[in-house]
Design a protein around this ligand. Sequence first.
Ligand SMILES: [Zn+2]
Length: 256
Amino acid sequence: MNRAVLLRAVGGAALGLIYPPRCPFCDEVLGQRKACPACAAAERALRRPAPRLAGSDWMLAGLAGGAAAYRYEGAVRAAVLRLKFGGRACYAPALARRMANALFGCTFSRRGGIILPEALPPAALEYDLVLPVPPGGARAYNPPGLLARELAGLLGLPFAPKALYKARATLPQEGLGREARLTNLIGAFAVRPEHLPENSRVLLVDDVVTTGATLTACAAALRKAGAGEVFAACLAATPPPEQAPGHAGESEQTNA
Ligand SMILES: [Zn+2]
């Protein structure tokens, strides 16, 4: 067992004594239960059977690929909104475990309240570091950063939260068409090279992928700064734009 992974798991269990773990999908306190029985069926129904994002449906230019664990609907959408706007940072470990399981095949065991990954999945060896889609402006609270930190811990990979940052203000992406979303983000992200070793294989983490424009803009900045390849790991994906009601006019405040 990776020592850092073990220490994080013990720390998480200790924190759980002060802030009892809650089900991210309904916000009920879980107590000693591993998962919430009331939400199990809804959660299963919202899992994307093939997590990989199709390049024909999402903009993934400059990325080696991307994947999302859930469809951004129902209980998953409620969880993301409470994580993003309701301050429920405590959901991040549970949601990151689900990402690790759905996207990388990570499995977990529970001993005395401590939840540990059973073995590092071989897929984790394909990456050198994990970093999140950065927050806009000077916001310190960044849900993708919370998920990325947890995911890095579970996969035993270095976490590089400072490598990528938002270099300039942009218009809200909501309501913009696909091309306008890309144009809005040109030059929006930049890299601190001292935090990004040359040719790094980067796992880029976001909470919700809408069109993929944000992931594409982040990947462009990372590749320009010398990243070897970039793969996007997302908690949830909205339906591809052509399937979504109202086409490009999503009203949610997602990053993408
Ligand atoms: Zn629940």
